[in-house]
Design a protein around this ligand. Sequence first.
Ligand code: NAD
Ligand code: TYD
Length: 377
Amino acid sequence: MKRNILITGGAGFIGSHVVRLFVNKYPDYNIVNLDKLTYAGNLANLKDIESKPNYTFVKADIADLDEMRRIVNEYKIDGIIHLAAESHVDRSIKDPFTFARTNVMGTLALLQAAKEYWETLTEKYEGKLFYHISTDEVYGALEMTHPEGVPAPFTTKASSNDDMAYGTEFFLETTKYNPHSPYSASKASSDHFVRAYHDTYGMPTLVTNCSNNYGPYQFPEKLIPLFINNIRNRKPLPVYGKGENVRDWLFVEDHARAIDLIFHKGKVAETYNIGGFNEWKNIDLIKVIIKTVDRLLGNPEGYSEELITFVTDRLGHDMRYAIDSRKLQSELGWEPSLQFEEGIEKTVRWYLDNQEWMDNITSGDYERYYDEMYKNR
Ligand code: NAD
Ligand code: TYD
């Protein structure tokens, strides 16, 4: 079936994996990648598919309502997968307004443009979908009831770390929103607008909330690529606080596969949580990264542990995130494909093999930004 699908934020980390999957898997779909190319957007992430006949790139700002109207009309968009966002918590603490502008006003502009266009069509909302990608961070932070870890009550292929959980509670689709950072507050607000467009205007929308992603093409301000790069360059590894915060990690291609499945088979107006039941304390995860990088670089075991540097904690640092993704597993049959150790090995190899990609990003402005951030901790 022919379809015209708009993917926003396709030049970013997760978006580039989603664009690649859709362009390769669905030659009958026209895939329009809309991205403003902020510091986090990089067309080098899509070099392998940029000349495919079913792929178009459009540079635009989602907060520009007239541009959104023009693009949705011009490309006769019948499905939207919305990933464009400001995504880094530390930046949101320094500059919350940019997060409100892009994540809240940008999502609203895109919703409004899609609504206006779809309402002009004879079939209106029939066969249309506005799929909004969100985060587990909107649910707030979970208690660390078991700081030493207990056997996890649920596991998936992604689970590793002897299947540990650090608390008894997990985020469910019904968990009340309780965002703490300006980033998660802006994402929560955008999620509410998406649901409001369904509840008020009957627009076919759907939201998914995913845990922390890792894998190739992630901007190196985020923990895993930053630490791989710093180990390679013998730079300090800034661990916030005591490194005891817990995150639930999912390989990015497994998130992209979930998005594909949910876009095609998910129920309108539903929410699905996406995660691998794969909880790690930051410090334990960092030791796995150090071990893997050292092994692949031929360094003796433990060689880079001296780079670990405990620094001032992030303001309002959420203690624990842990997603319960059993609804997605039981209703749509999704499962992570990779075990965590395999995913980390693949990821570290990718960054070490793609040094040019990393160097192009870390030179210039970003280098200055990072040094400034680091100095202030
Ligand atoms: P990213 O920062 O790597 O990429 C964001 C992309 O959006 C970039 O290409 C950027 O240029 C683009 N963008 C930013 N502002 C824009 C604007 N005003 N107009 C158009 N494009 C704009 O982010 P990511 O990690 O790939 O996250 C993608 C989405 O997934 C976000 O909505 C994020 O909240 C969500 N999410 C991320 C994670 C994670 O672990 N990274 C987990 C769950 C959900
Ligand atoms: P991050 O990758 O920024 O994702 P998020 O804050 O959205 O979960 O950070 C992951 C965890 O690692 C988080 O608990 C903060 C911590 N962290 C550090 O300890 N040092 C760092 O330099 C960074 C970037 C993050």
